[in-house]
Design a protein around this ligand. Structure first.
Ligand code: SAM
Length: 264
């Protein structure tokens, strides 16, 4: 401990007799050095902690992003990807087009502050670029799942229509925290705690024997990252199907699925 070498005056004010000045300043100097040392140690501990968390985070990211066996990742810009060739090859290999298509479009929002201050970490696409996707050439019978947002709800219904699907249902993902509470996020009118995925059908399909609920209640994940449970739901609905995901990321790669996106 550093002793404070001061003498109290009658008025109980602190003053330093000139004879002790140099000693006092030397002590405060030492005190300063100790303080600096402590700060250095704190910084060091903080840095070590940060390194530890970063290593743990990187480890998990590597696990998350490793490519599962039997998944087919395709890194491409959908605006110039040859979907017709994909359909042709798929037809040749599997003898059919896709049973299920799922997409989570990078919706482009208009307005002054469309994302209300939330930075979106990927490129977005204007509606016409999404509409131009040759979806009708990829499926002649089956289901399509389109993740949508409030501002694009009508647009998503129009897409279903223009691609030749009947809107039949929607899946709602209610996000929860690790404490099993509803995970609220931002929103203009109401705080959003859910995401919606529209379901469209093309052709004659009979799913009446399935008893699959339309709600997923699972942990909130990284930005825009959709829940694992949606794949389980789809695979239960259409077992052993051919599955295509458009606008997927590495975290979406899954055995039995072809995944296309520009971040893969
Ligand atoms: C909403 S995110 C998809 C999130 C994903 N469903 C998940 O669970 O992590 C949309 C993705 O589409 C990608 N994207 C944007 N423009 C694209 C383009 N022209 N071609 C292909 N992918 C594109 C974005 O980079 C982003 O990865």
């Amino acid at each position: 401990m550093v002793k404070k070498r001061t003498v109290k005056s009658k008025q109980s004010k602190t003053y330093i007799p000139s004879s002790q000045e140099s000693e006092t300043y030397a002590d405060s100097y030492n005190n300063g050095i100790i303080q600096e040392d402590l700060e250095q140690i704190d910084k060091y501990i903080y840095q070590e902690e940060m390194n530890f968390f970063k290593q743990e985070f990187d480890k998990r990211e590597i696990e998350k992003t490793s490519v599962p066996e039997d998944s087919i990742p395709i890194c491409a810009d959908v605006r110039n990807y040859d979907f017709l060739q994909l359909a042709k090859i798929h037809q040749e290999v599997k003898g059919k087009l896709f049973d299920v298509i799922m997409m989570d479009p990078p919706w482009q929002l208009s307005g002054a502050n469309p994302t209300r201050g939330v930075t979106i970490s990927y490129e977005s696409l204007p509606d016409p670029s999404i509409r131009q996707l040759p979806i009708p050439k990829l499926q002649n019978q089956g289901l399509i799942f389109i993740w949508t947002i409030n501002a694009k709800y009508r647009m998503s219904l129009q897409l279903l229509d223009c691609w030749g699907y009947k809107y039949v249902d929607e899946v709602v993902w209610v996000k929860k925290t690790c404490n099993n509470k509803i995970a609220k996020s931002h929103g203009y009118w109401l705080q959003h705690a859910k995401e919606t995925c529209l379901v469209g059908v093309k052709g004659d399909l009979d799913m009446s024997d399935k008893e699959i609920p339309d709600i997923i209640f699972s942990l909130r994940r990284g930005q825009s990252q959709k829940p694992e449970e949606v794949y389980q739901m789809i695979e239960e609905l259409v077992p052993n199907g051919s599955y295509l995901e458009i606008f997927g990321r590495r975290n979406n790669l899954r055995a039995g699925w072809i995944t296309i996106g520009n971040e893969i």
